[in-house]
Design a binder for this molecule. Structure first.
Ligand SMILES: Nc1ncnc2c1ncn2[C@@H]1O[C@H](COP(=O)(O)OP(=O)(O)OP(=O)(O)O)[C@@H](O)[C@H]1O
Length: 260
C-alpha cells in the first residue's frame, strides 16, 4: 500500500507554542489508524492539521491528489454547537453539500439518501426532530449519518465514542470498520486502548512528538506508553517557542533528549 497522506517534519503551533512537533510518516491508502496519546498530547491538533483546518508552522503535509471534499471530518463533540436550530434531516443533508446546487438546494435523491443513512444508524423516524433534543449517543449517530452521505475517501474522527453508551459505540464502531472494508482510509483519535488494540491495525502514538507509528501491537507496548506519559509530563507549556528556520535557537525542543 502506498501512502495517501505524508507528514514531513510537521510542526503545528498555537501562537508559536508547538502543540505537535516534528512528526514524520505516512498513512497508507485504505489504512485504519488510531491516534493515541496522553491528554494534551496534540492528537486533535494533528487531526485538524491533516484536514487543513490548521496550517503547519514547519514541515508539510502531502495530500497527493486528495481535495478538501475527499475528507470527512468529525470534530470532538465538545466543539459542536447543538443549539443551532436545525432538524436531524437537515443536519444529515449537510453531508451532501458538495452535490448541492448554486443556491444550496439539495436534490430529492439527497433527501432519500439522508433517510437511508438515518436508517443505517438506527434513527429512522427522527428526521424532523431538533438536534438539541437528542441524547449524546443519538446525536453522534446523526453525525455518522452525515458522514455516510458525504461518502469521503478519508474519514477523520476525533474521539467519536466519548460519552456515548455502549450500544451506540458498538454500532458506530461497526460503521467505522465497514468504511475501512470499503477501502476508505480512516484515522481516529481514541483514548480507549483496548478498543485500539482490538480493532485498529495501525497506531500513531504521540506525546507532542512522535513516540511510535506502525503496527498497533508494536507501537502500544508498555515501554512506549510509559515513554509517552513521561514525555507529556515533561512538556513545559509556557517556556518553549518554536522558532522558524534561521531564527536563533537557545536550546529548543528539537534538541531535547527523548525520554526513556
Ligand atoms: N485553540 C488553541 N489555542 C491555544 N492552544 C491550544 C488550542 N488548542 C489546543 N491547544 C493546546 O495544544 C496542546 C495540544 O492540544 P490538543 O487538543 O491537540 O491535544 P489532545 O491530545 O487532543 O488532548 P485531549 O486528549 O485532552 O483532547 C494543548 O496544550 C492545548 O492546550
Amino acid at each position: 500500500m502506498s501512502d495517501l497522506i505524508r507528514l514531513s517534519n510537521l510542526t503545528v503551533t498555537y501562537e508559536r507554542h508547538p502543540a505537535v512537533h516534528h512528526i514524520s510518516g505516512g498513512f497508507a491508502a485504505g489504512s485504519l489508524t488510531a491516534i493515541a496519546g496522553p491528554n494534551g498530547a496534540g492528537k486533535s491538533t494533528l487531526l485538524k492539521a491533516i484536514v487543513g483546518e490548521l496550517r503547519p508552522a514547519e514541515g508539510s503535509i502531502d495530500r497527493g491528489a486528495l481535495a478538501r471534499n475527499d475528507f470527512g471530518y468529525l470534530p470532538q463533540a465538545a466543539d459542536i454547537n447543538r443549539r443551532f436550530p436545525i432538524s436531524v434531516a437537515d443536519t444529515v443533508m449537510l453531508g451532501a453539500w458538495k452535490n448541492a446546487g448554486a443556491f444550496g438546494q439539495f436534490s430529492r435523491k439527497d433527501a432519500e439518501r439522508a433517510r437511508e443513512a438515518l436508517g443505517i444508524v438506527g434513527l429512522s423516524g427522527f428526521e424532523n426532530r431538533h438536534i438539541g433534543s437528542l441524547s449524546a449517543g443519538q446525536f453522534q449517530r446523526v453525525l455518522f449519518a452525515r458522514l455516510l452521505l458525504q461518502d469521503a475517501r478519508v474519514i477523520l474522527l476525533d474521539e467519536p465514542f466519548t460519552a456515548i453508551d455502549q450500544r451506540t459505540t458498538r454500532d458506530l464502531l461497526d460503521l467505522v470498520l465497514r468504511w475501512n472494508r470499503e477501502g476508505r482510509t480512516v484515522i481516529a483519535v481514541l483514548h480507549d486502548f483496548e478498543q485500539v488494540r482490538a480493532h485498529f491495525p495501525e497506531t500513531l502514538l504521540i506525546a507532542r512528538e512522535l513516540v511510535g507509528w506502525g503496527q498497533t501491537q508494536a507501537v502500544m507496548s508498555a515501554a512506549n506508553l510509559i515513554k509517552a506519559r513521561a514525555m507529556a509530563e515533561r512538556w513545559d507549556e509556557a517556556a518553549e517557542e518554536c522558532l522558524a528556520e534561521g531564527e536563533q535557537d537557545d536550546g529548543s525542543l528539537a534538541k531535547r533528549e527523548p525520554a526513556e
